[in-house]
Structure formats: structure tokens, C-alpha cells
Design a protein around this ligand. Structure first.
Ligand code: SF4
Length: 450
């Protein structure tokens, strides 16, 4: 209760400061896990994110700024010049390049979705990581509609060396938390070795697991008794038919029974439990029920907003449909008499802020005419009308990737595509796989395969 009262006072103080200074960006301070700090993100100082490719990033939200590589000597995993460069940028709150995710969340007033909040707890340079995140394998037991194809793999494709868990040993002792993503973490073989190491070397380390909640067996139950496991469980619908349409391969009744096991475990150990929801076109109308579900069970809700695939993103709905959702959400009434309820409503309000931004963008976009191109026309318009011999590699590659497809794009989105990546579009196309290119274009256009 004391924590709740202090939080409310702190939020009120920040509101007054924002009112007096007129600086809206300061609003993020009310959502942080720390008291007022000028620097917003400390991920580059203290966190390591191990990606499926073996590249190390500062966090799970930034997949552009490579700050290390597990294929290099481990001495170069943490203290690298790339990391130092990013640290310097973030000291100035420069969220350019790879930090677009956080920049957009702040811009949209969707503060709770700002990735940097997760890394607030340790703000000093310590020459060693205080937290680690693992997405070393994308093996999964489900085929969810929103996941990219590379996550639909039922076989382990880890590029990590077999002794990876041992290499981590010197760092593990001082970690405050480690977070595990998938695919589905409970079927990633490497994770069990890392968990065993963590529990024996640093039993106080919090082990956060982002699970789809469909896997639970005796081995997992035994493991949970040994470590401090905090769960973030995915749930996209409370209606079995919708849940199973989104989470292909899952059984809602099984999820429910596992959820209650994880809930009891968390309650008994006084650990927080989070539900992660992906609001999308298939479940948008259920968000009120999801908040109520979390409030009833006294657990936290988090919304992971979907922008890709574009066909499932609320962002790409007509403005009138987005407005309907906003109206429905604004008409809701929830009690905020506990810390968890209060936090859940803050998350819900942030979701509404994001929808309002998307609504405005949709209105603007609807003013712009829709154009349809074939691959050659699209590339010609994007790169200018260069003669064949002068055509850059990027243009040739893009023509090949788009060959046989039609591209429907609004005029203003086309302009955005040219402007958003000045000078970088060619480099991106040249160095990316066909799938990555199509995924990126999917944020701007509807790509139709003949
Ligand atoms: S600002 Fe956001 S994206 Fe950038 S490093 Fe921090 S948490 Fe990651």
C-alpha cells in the first residue's frame, strides 16, 4: 500500500512539473522504475541481448546496433567500441537509428511500452553486465499468426557454441536478472544448461521467462522450485476459438490449466506475474476483457503492439474502425484501488494513446491516393529512372525479390519510404535476405503475390 501511495504522489509531482515546464517528454519520468534521471536509457551500459544470429545487441528492442558478437573472443562481448559509441549517444538521449522502437513509443505517449524502462535499475558504468537477455534459439511448438516465418521452426537452429553456458560463468555471478525469449523458452535445450548454471552460481538472480504458457511438465516443475522464476505469459484472447486461431497449435484449456499452475507458483513465492497481450485486428475488441481478467487475478498486463504483419496490425485499419475501438476503450470504467489495478490502467491508457496516434495517421493516409505497381515500376519509382548499366545492385536485388508481385502503396507512404531511409535503403536491401526486405516493405505497403 505504501508503494502505491508513493507512486501516486510521484506521478502527481511529475504531472505538475510537466504542466509548469510545458515539456511533455518529461512525462516518461512518471513511468520509470527509478526516480527522476535525465538519461532515459541505460541498456547500453548494463545489458546484453544475445540474438539468434549470435550478434549481441544492447537490448531486445534494438536489432540494428550490433555491439558485440559471440563468435569473437568473449573479451569482446561486452566492452566494445560499438557499445561505447551507443552509450555516448544514449547519454544525450539520442534515439536515432536502432532505438526507433523507444523513440516511437515516447512520441506516441505510449510510455509504458518504452523498452528502456526495463533497464532503469542500474545506471552506472560497471564494466560488466547487470542483466542479460537470451533469444539464442527460435524453436517453438506453435505457429502463431503474428510471428515471422523464422520463428515457425520445430527444430533447434542455435548457432551458439556448445560451451556457451560455461563462457557466461564469470558474468553470471553478478547478474541481477536474466530474461529468456524464444520461440518457446521451455523447449530451448541451451536454456536448461544456462538455468542450471544461474541457479548454482547466483541463486538470487531473477530468471524472467517469456513463455506462451502451453508447456509444463515434471522437469519444469522441479526446476521452478530451485530458482526465482518470474513469468510473462502470452495470452491473446479469452475466447478459445480466437485464441486458437492466433496461437496455431495451442489448446486453450491446456493454457488455462498451466496458467493456474504458474499463478499459484508466483503467489506462493510472492513473485510478480505478467500477461503479455498482442492487440491486433483479430482480438482488438477483447482488450477490456483482458484488463478485467488481469485485474481479477491481481496480475500485471502488458500490451505488445503489433505493426507487422501489416494485415494484422490495428495501425492499418481504416480510421473509422480505430475510432470505434478508442470510443469503446474510453467508455470503460475500472477501479484503480490497488497497485496492480492502477498499473494495469496506466498500461491501458497508454494503449489508447497509441491508438489515437494511429488514428491520426490513418486519417492523414486516407487523404492520400492508393497506387498500384508491378515490381519494375515500383523499383523505377523508388530508385529513379537509371539506365540498366547504372542500376545499382540494390535495385536489381529488389526487382528480383518483388518479381511476380504487385505492390499497393499510398502515395504518402511511398514518399515516407524514400525519406525514412535516405542513403540507407540501398545498403539495407543489399545486406538483407528476401524475407527481411519483404517484412520491411510490409510496414509501408500491401504486397500481393500473383
Ligand atoms: S533506447 Fe530503447 S531501443 Fe535503444 S538501447 Fe535503449 S531500450 Fe534499446
Amino acid at each position: 500500500m505504501m508503494r502505491f501511495i508513493l507512486l501516486k504522489i510521484y506521478v502527481a509531482v511529475i504531472r505538475i512539473i510537466v504542466l509548469l515546464t510545458g515539456n511533455k517528454a518529461l512525462k516518461i519520468q512518471a513511468y520509470r522504475n527509478t526516480f527522476f534521471k535525465k538519461q532515459i536509457c541505460f541498456a547500453a551500459q548494463n545489458n546484453m541481448f544475445f540474438s539468434p544470429s549470435g550478434k549481441i545487441y544492447p537490448c531486445c528492442f534494438n536489432r540494428k546496433d550490433v555491439v558485440g558478437d559471440v563468435h569473437a573472443s568473449e573479451k569482446q562481448w561486452f566492452e566494445t567500441k560499438e557499445r561505447a559509441h551507443l552509450q555516448n549517444k544514449l547519454k544525450k538521449n539520442d534515439f536515432s537509428e536502432g532505438c526507433a522502437f523507444c523513440k516511437e513509443a515516447i512520441h506516441a505517449g505510449n510510455y509504458v511500452a518504452t523498452g528502456s524502462l526495463a533497464y532503469d535499475s542500474w545506471s552506472k558504468n560497471t564494466h560488466e553486465p547487470k542483466s542479460m537477455e537470451f533469444e539464442t534459439d527460435t524453436i517453438c511448438n506453435l505457429q502463431c499468426v503474428m510471428c515471422p516465418d523464422e520463428f515457425h521452426t520445430t527444430k533447434s537452429h542455435s548457432v551458439y557454441p556448445p560451451n556457451f553456458h560455461e563462457t557466461l560463468k564469470p558474468w553470471i555471478k553478478n547478474l541481477k536478472w536474466a530474461k529468456f525469449y524464444g520461440g518457446e523458452p521451455f523447449i530451448v535445450p541451451d536454456y536448461y544448461r544456462i538455468w542450471d548454471h544461474l541457479i548454482s552460481e547466483n541463486p538470487d538472480c531473477i530468471i524472467k521467462v517469456q513463455t506462451n504458457g502451453t508447456i509444463l511438465n515434471e522437469r519444469i516443475k522441479a526446476l521452478l522450485t530451485k530458482g526465482k522464476f518470474w513469468f510473462m505469459i502470452s495470452l491473446d484472447s479469452l475466447r478459445p476459438e480466437v485464441y486458437q486461431k492466433i496461437r496455431i497449435g495451442a489448446d486453450f484449456e491446456k493454457w488455462k490449466s498451466n496458467f493456474h499452475y504458474f499463478l499459484n507458483y508466483s503467489r506462493q513465492n510472492k513473485f510478480p506475474l505478467n500477461i503479455a497481450v498482442c492487440p491486433m485486428t483479430l482480438n482488438a475488441s477483447e482488450m477490456l476483457d483482458m484488463v478485467e481478467f488481469c485485474n481479477e487475478h491481481h496480475i500485471h498486463i502488458n500490451f505488445n503492439l503489433l505493426t507487422s504483419p501489416s494485415s494484422l496490425s490495428i495501425k492499418n485499419l481504416p480510421s473509422a474502425k480505430i475510432q470505434l475501438l478508442i470510443d469503446q476503450f474510453l467508455n470503460s470504467k475500472f477501479r484503480t484501488n490497488t497497485y496492480v489495478r492502477y498499473q494495469n490502467i496506466r498500461h491501458f491508457k497508454s494503449l489508447i494513446h497509441q491508438l489515437q496516434v494511429w488514428h491520426k495517421e490513418a486519417l492523414e493516409s486516407e487523404q492520400s491516393p492508393m497506387l498500384e505497381y508491378d515490381a519494375n515500376d515500383f523499383c523505377r519509382h523508388l530508385f529513379g529512372q537509371l539506365p540498366e548499366e547504372e542500376m545499382q545492385n540494390a535495385e536489381k536485388k529488389l526487382r528480383m525479390v518483388l518479381s511476380g508481385r504487385k505492390i499497393k502503396i499510398r502515395e504518402n507512404q511511398f514518399e515516407k519510404l524514400k525519406v525514412v531511409h535516405p542513403g540507407k535503403l540501398s545498403a539495407f536491401i543489399e545486406t538483407s535476405s528476401s524475407e527481411e526486405i519483404l517484412n520491411r516493405l510490409d510496414e509501408y505497403a500491401v504486397i500481393i503475390t500473383d
